[in-house]
Design a protein around this ligand. Structure first.
Ligand code: ADE
Ligand code: ZN
Length: 324
């Protein structure tokens, strides 16, 4: 089955570029930028990973980004991910980035987006992998800061396919950003939002995504399974759910792969993704292998998961059809 998974053409739709920062690159960037890390080896960095909730993960995730300071750092970060993804036969990826995690530290928006964009263009020329960028707002910051970030992105509109919402969900519902997302829609961005697993009020957040924001996709969205009305809306609208099984197993002690089986059986457009692979130690192929193992998936079911992902991708119909 591993060989089948390795050869399967893949599409990844839920991937935080900052969550692909491997400790080896972290050391290289720290050296480049004259930063002293509180660890002496990459192994020590990995040994210190201890996540048992989204909050505990986010603390290390934001701290780790401090080595990203200038355009070449973002270029190297995205190049490393795209090289790894291409080696797993990922043909197309939609990549989240968190500009506020950088602009709040004094890194210019331009350095972030220009480095990522250059990496995407070079990777396509080098290996044929295609990618588009999705700008995420940090939901634990204010709606005003998100709006300012949205406005800052407009000169780069052609380099960004859509906007998302991530970070700490507790007390930060979708409706907090209703105006920001309405404006993003008017600017032509497609819309997605995290509804993380087992956060407070997650089903209410999914309802807001569907009824108030009008999202095109939902990231995670696993708790929709608790509410048949939500399931029916998601199914009827053909909304893609970007599930991240290994990530979920780290940040919750709840179900992991079995939700994928339930979503498949309900006819939902479920897709398998890696979220923050450097931290959860699993890229998309390892996520697929985990699900295949736990559920005993057939080859046809694995292929169906990748077809779901290409269907849910933010690409023109004709481009999707060429992948399918
Ligand atoms: N930022 C990076 N990964 C995230 C996740 N899984 N949920 C919310 N915010 C994130
Ligand atoms: Zn995520």
């Amino acid at each position: 089955m591993d060989d089948f998974i390795a050869g399967l053409p893949k599409c990844e739709l839920h991937l935080h570029i900052e969550g692909t920062l491997e400790p080896e690159l972290k050391f290289e960037l720290a050296r480049r930028n004259g930063i002293e890390l509180p660890y002496s080896t990459p192994e020590e960095v990995r040994a210190a990973y201890e996540f048992d909730s989204l909050t505990s993960f986010l603390v290390g995730y934001y701290a780790g980004m401090d080595v990203l300071r200038a355009e070449p750092d973002f270029y190297d970060l995205a190049t490393a991910y795209l090289t790894k993804a291409a080696s797993q036969n990922v043909r197309y990826a939609e990549i989240f980035f968190d500009p506020q995690a950088h602009t709040s530290r004094g890194v210019p928006f331009d350095a972030v987006i220009r480095g990522l964009r250059r990496a995407v263009m070079d990777a396509e020329r080098r290996s044929g992998i295609r990618a588009q960028l999705i700008m995420c707002f940090l939901r634990d910051h204010s709606a005003a800061y998100a709006m300012a970030t949205l406005l800052e992105s407009l000169p780069y509109r052609e380099w960004i396919v859509g906007v998302g919402l991530d970070s700490d969900e507790r007390g930060n519902p979708p409706v907090k950003f209703a105006e920001v997302f309405a404006r993003a829609r008017r600017e032509g961005y497609l819309l997605t939002m995290h509804c993380d697993v087992d956060q407070d009020d997650t089903t209410e957040h999914i309802r807001q995504c569907l009824d108030v924001i009008g999202v095109d996709r939902i990231d995670h969205g696993v708790n929709a399974l608790d509410d048949p009305e939500l399931v029916e809306k998601i199914r009827a609208r053909g909304i893609g759910l970007t599930v991240c099984p290994v990530s979920n197993s780290f940040v919750t002690d709840g179900p992991k792969a079995d939700v994928v089986r339930r979503m498949l059986d309900l006819g939902l457009r479920v897709t398998i993704n890696s979220d923050d692979p450097a931290y959860f130690l699993a890229y998309v192929a390892e996520n697929l292998a985990t699900v295949a193992d736990e559920l005993g998936l057939t080859r046809a079911e694995l292929a169906a998961l990748e077809r779901n992902a290409f269907e849910a991708a933010w690409l023109p119909r004709a481009v999707k059809d060429a992948y399918l």
